[in-house]
Structures are given as C-alpha cells and as structure tokens.
Design a protein around this ligand. Structure first.
Ligand SMILES: NC(=O)c1ccc[n+]([C@@H]2O[C@H](COP(=O)([O-])OP(=O)(O)OC[C@H]3O[C@@H](n4cnc5c(N)ncnc54)[C@H](O)[C@@H]3O)[C@@H](O)[C@H]2O)c1
Length: 323
C-alpha cells in the first residue's frame, strides 16, 4: 500500500508513519513544519523517518490548493490517506484564530478535494478531537451525542471538518473515517501539551499550574495505542457514502493530579503545584466510549499511565540531554 500521511513531522504523524513503514507500506509524508512549536523537534522526527526506506517527504501546506491538487495526478499510487496535519491546541485558538481556520478548515477541504481526484484511493482517515464534545456533561462521550457547543475555536474547526467530510462522502462517495483523539501522550510528544510542560517545569524547579487543584479529568491515551487504532481503522474502509466518526481514547479518565504524581515518580522529583481556576477553553472531564472502534477493529488500549508516563519521561530526559 502507498499511504499519504499529512502532518508526518508531527507527534502522532511520526508514530503512524513509523508503524506503516515497519509493516512494509510506502509512505508519502507531507508537512509544512509550522513554527507553532519548535520546528527543530519536527525536523528531528522527520530525520528518523527519512532514514527509513519507503519514505518520501513533501514540504507542502495542506491549505495550498495550487500545490495540493496536482498531487492527485502526480501520485496515482496512493491508496490510503491519513490526514493529521492541523493547527492544534485549544488555548492558542484564542491567540491566533485565523491559523485554525486556515489549516483545519481550508486545509481539510483541500485534502478532501485532492482525495476525491485520486484514482485508486480506498480510504481517508482523518483526525478529529474529543474537544468537539465541548461542555457536554453526559459521560462517557459517545459518537451519537450532540456536538453543537464547542468551547474553543479549535473544537469548532474540528467539527466543521467532520461536517465537510460528511458532505464529500454524500456527494462524491469518498470512504472516510474521522477519529476523535483523546489527549494523546508519549515519546516524541508535543511541547505545548501538559505532560511535556509539567516535566519541563518539574525538572527546572518551576511551579506547575493545575486547574481546580488537578481535579479535572482527562482520558490520557498512550501514542502506541493510538497508532494501533489508526492502522486498524485504515485497513477497514468505511462504506463510500456512509462515513464513520469514532472515538479513540483510553476509556479510563484520570485526574490530572494523579497523572502528575506518576510523572513525579518517573522523574524522581516533586512538583510544586499552584492552583488556578479552569480556563473557559478547557472542559471539566474527557472520557471516551470506545465500544464502536472496539467493534470495528478490536481496538483495546493496553497502556495505563503507570506504564506510559515512565516511557514518556525516559524519552523526555534523553531529548533534553540532546537526543
Ligand atoms: N495530540 C493530541 O492529544 C490530539 C488530540 C486531539 C486531536 N489531535 C489531532 O491529531 C492530529 C495530530 O496532532 P499532533 O498531536 O500530532 O500535533 P502536531 O502539531 O505534533 O502535528 C501536526 C503536524 O501538522 C503540521 N501542519 C500544521 N499545519 C499544517 C499545514 N497547513 N500544512 C501541512 N502541515 C501542517 C505541523 O507542522 C505538525 O507537524 C491533529 O489533527 C490534531 O488536531 C491531537
């Protein structure tokens, strides 16, 4: 199989690409290495991928339709797409809202328009987010819940992408699966996400801010479990006119302060904790109902935070030392 992976230099993109290469697929990776967080980390991920056979990199902005649409005729060998490129981060969407619409709405539309022109494409799997559940209170979050109240623009752009995928499936028969990721963490993670920021502060002796005393709950999902689910879905194309949307999470919601306690243990240092009220962009709890993805591909997350956090910490310490 030849798989086009957008956002290949990103956290999840690198892991998905490595797993595809490991099983013998060819991968065309696409990324524009945005400076939202240190591009050196993206280049380091890319260097790992470029050392493997079967990998080709294209430095392209997914929202650039003049660059993207010709890929449909230039790369007729593509049979699958994993679309992960996006402007992530809920809080930053207050700072630079336009970046979110450009990458996540225009970018998604351009990927759909490219995809429907690809002659051999059998399935497009794309990243959505648990943030679409917004202020919903009924737990666990289930795919049939209404998702009309996003509490960040990031969430609104992810929901907009899901809706565009619906219309493209209906109009053009494009087989698609949207995956709502729940707080992914692990080696090669993102510097703007809590595990990295906590580890950095703990090691520097700086205080960390926990909202509501760390009582907010997150369905932390280890990246290897995510990769298994992405590949499991990719291999099972959705019916052309009936696109799927599936949760992909750990199905174990943990208090953030417990996550921090496991991290303190892994780093061998105590955190100094500052309490703050929950920002308006952040939800109280995320908790995934994963029965649909389990039924589709046997998805069963295997990594509790007691195993995943030390693996993240070990990688983080070596990255900090210079690789
Ligand atoms: N990590 C999580 O916990 C999480 C949770 C929910 C959803 N997601 C979604 O999963 C996907 C992957 O997230 P991630 O954590 O790996 O983030 P990431 O930022 O590490 O990876 C995204 C990659 O996309 C690239 N990119 C951004 N805009 C682009 C553009 N216009 N054109 C081409 N490339 C572009 C970035 O340079 C980056 O390398 C994203 O769609 C994100 O919204 C992630």
């Amino acid at each position: 199989m030849t798989v086009l992976v957008t956002g290949a230099a990103g956290f999840i993109g690198m892991h998905v690409t490595e797993a595809l290469l490991a099983r013998g697929d060819r991968v065309i990776g696409l990324d524009n290495l945005t400076a939202y967080y240190d591009p050196a980390l993206k280049r380091a991920r890319l260097a790992r991928l470029e050392s493997r056979s079967g990998f080709t990199f294209l430095p392209v902005d997914v929202a650039d339709r003049a660059a993207m649409l010709p890929l449909a005729v230039r790369h007729t060998e593509v049979t699958r797409i994993v679309h992960l490129a996006a402007q992530p981060g809920v809080r930053h969407s207050l700072v630079d809202p336009f970046a979110y619409v450009e990458a996540n709405v225009m970018g998604h539309l351009v990927v759909l328009e490219m995809a429907r022109r690809m002659p051999r494409l059998g399935h497009l799997v794309y990243a959505s987010s648990s943030s679409v559940y917004g202020a919903n209170r009924r737990l666990p979050f289930t795919e049939t819940d209404r998702v009309d109240h996003p509490v960040s623009l990031y969430a609104a752009t992810k929901r907009a992408a899901e809706l565009m995928s619906e219309s493209h499936a209906h109009l053009f028969g494009l087989p698609q699966t949207g995956l709502r990721f729940f707080t992914v963490y692990g080696p090669w993670g993102r510097p703007d996400m809590a595990p990295w920021m906590f580890a950095e502060a703990i090691l520097a002796g700086r205080p960390i801010t926990l909202y509501e005393g760390g009582r907010l709950k997150r369905d932390f999902t280890f990246v290897e479990d995510i990769v298994a689910g992405v590949l499991g879905c990719l291999d099972r194309p959705a019916p052309a006119q009936a696109p799927r949307i599936l949760n992909i999470g750990n199905h174990r919601s943990e208090e953030v302060r417990r996550f921090v306690a496991v991290l303190e243990h892994a780093l061998g240092r105590k955190a100094s904790i500052v309490d703050a009220p929950r920002p308006a962009t952040d939800v109280e709890e995320t908790f995934a109902d994963i029965s649909a993805i389990a039924a589709l591909c046997g998805f069963a997350p295997r990594t509790p935070i007691e195993d995943g956090v030390p693996r993240f910490a070990e990688w983080y310490l070596s990255w900090r030392k210079g690789g």
